[in-house]
Write a protein that binds this ligand. Sequence first.
Ligand code: ADP
Length: 448
Amino acid sequence: MAWIVNHAQDEVLCFDTSFLLLVQAVHARCPTVRKWIALCDADKLPADSGIPNLLSYEAWISDQSDRYEWPSFDENAASSMCYTSGTTGKPKAALYSHRSTLLHAYASALPDVMRLSARDSVLPVVPMFHVNAWGIPYSAALTGCKLVFPGPALDGKSVYELIESEGVTFAAGVPTVWQMLLGHLQANDLKFSKLDRTVIGGAACPPAMLRAFKDQYGVQVLHGWGMTEMSPLGTLCTLKNKQLSLPNEAQLSILAKQGRAIFGVDMRIVDGKGQELPWDGKTYGDLLVKGPWVVKEYFQGEGGNPLVEGWFPTGDVATIDADGYLQITDRSKDVIKSGGEWISSIDIENIAVAHPAVAMAACIGVAHPKWDERPIVVVAKKPNTEVTKEELLQFYEGKTAKWQIPDDVVFVEAIPLGATGKILKTRLRKQLKGYVLPTAATTDRSNA
Ligand code: ADP
């Protein structure tokens, strides 16, 4: 937190009072901050907090006029800045303009994107620091829908009760949050009364989750892909007219993809030499994007100019099919290179979480003398369930090529998550330092 405040050179820092302890812990390390603003009434301001220049929000604005004439200024002026989740390294800062934010808000409300309207009650479970809650505070204001915020309680019970009590019709969040929600619904035999659709993104939505929402709860999952550098929306998955008559299974396999580019976003996949690759749904390559809400560089030019001939390199590896549906194979840093072939850690995780006893799974590559890397899957089990390593490896049979089946299963109490709810593979790799592959299994599952 202190690193981000210093990097951004924040001068005024507004915080919810639930974060008081955090502010008390970091304020001394944030010399650029002139004012700390607690979002509360003057009489709720915590006494003896030890934080200098602390003011309540209401006291801070009390002398101001209650009228505001919106000024006319350059649409390219900065409006907000967000940092990436820091899943694979230090967070990186993307600075948005009024123009990029407004265009993104218009585009995200479109019928094949979030389809927001004044009749919706919208719950972004995704926090505001995660790419401005995926732009929802803006697209909600633009359409006039009701906006519901969850506060700090993101456990399945709290989120379910909020959805029901506020008549939420549309929700948005990362898969780990929905995992907790579905766990609560299944354990207590509950149903939603109004929830109609949910955007799932930030990490791959496992097909088993999509199936549970659609088939058990009648909720439409909109699988989305994006990144902080894209404000964040790049693609969202909805069916085309010609796909409406397809059987459920065929529809589900389309809907499990990350979807089609939103108008405004251009995308292409390229090989290692930068040559464009075909949109055939099979050939995978590095994904490049451009558009009015895609950054051209990081804040303060950090890391130099990332663009490749005007295109932003996403760091993701993907396929695109003839209908324009993008499917993320993996992050290029997470893909497992085994015997000259690539194994998608996402595919391996998706199979594991389809097992009824698995709550969360993370697949990582472990160095191997012959094959360079071999996959292992780290698993956290659901409470009161059992599955053995042998049973889980058996579960992979027939669901993926034999040589892609992980060499081992490591059971853990919990999988480390970052602030945005994403699995932190960097931390997992550190935790597993010193781990040795079981040799018998590695020879069994060779690529040969
Ligand atoms: P970080 O890269 O630090 O996690 P972001 O929150 O900006 O920060 O994450 C963007 C990345 O998240 C994308 O480049 C991609 O790797 C991953 N991502 C986002 N949505 C999806 C999705 N639906 N499926 C797979 N990966 C996704």
